[in-house]
Design a protein around this ligand. Sequence first.
Ligand code: ADP
Length: 156
Amino acid sequence: MQEKFEQSLIIMKPDALQRNLMGEIISRFERKGLKIIGLKMLDVSDVLIEEHYGHLKDKPFFESIRNYIQSSPVIVMALVGINAVSAIRLVVGPTAGFEADAGSIRGDFSMSKQSNLVHASDSVENGISEVKRFFKDDELFNYKKIDTDFIYSDSK
Ligand code: ADP
């Protein structure tokens, strides 16, 4: 297994905010050992939605996604870790909450395909481009985290 640091964009969607699950969700990523390098609240503009969900713009539910994502502010977070993209997708679970394994965020807290609480980047390339989409350079922080040697080890 190749070890490399990867970035992932997390969006805590309006249902996470309305259902008071922000702290729970952040805590799950922290406890997993992921490093937070950016965190902020914002209203998602039409331009950002069309870029971010461009792969779904021909779907009949696209306007429903827009209404959902724009129904309140969201919190976005940039996470870093070795093999972070696939590890985070496991923490989050598959798209439909009603099919997600218990123990994942969606499996524990979501019963819906649309209202599934979080977005997480689905590839290493998308992790890099999505973090750039939502964060300016001066909103991202490069710092040493003192638990790194205990989260990872020399022999995997
Ligand atoms: P994921 O977020 O698991 O990577 P997709 O990229 O396929 O999933 O979809 C993006 C988001 O669009 C989903 O997280 C969900 O909020 C919404 N979505 C996807 N498929 C549907 C659907 N069939 N009906 C309603 N909303 C959907």
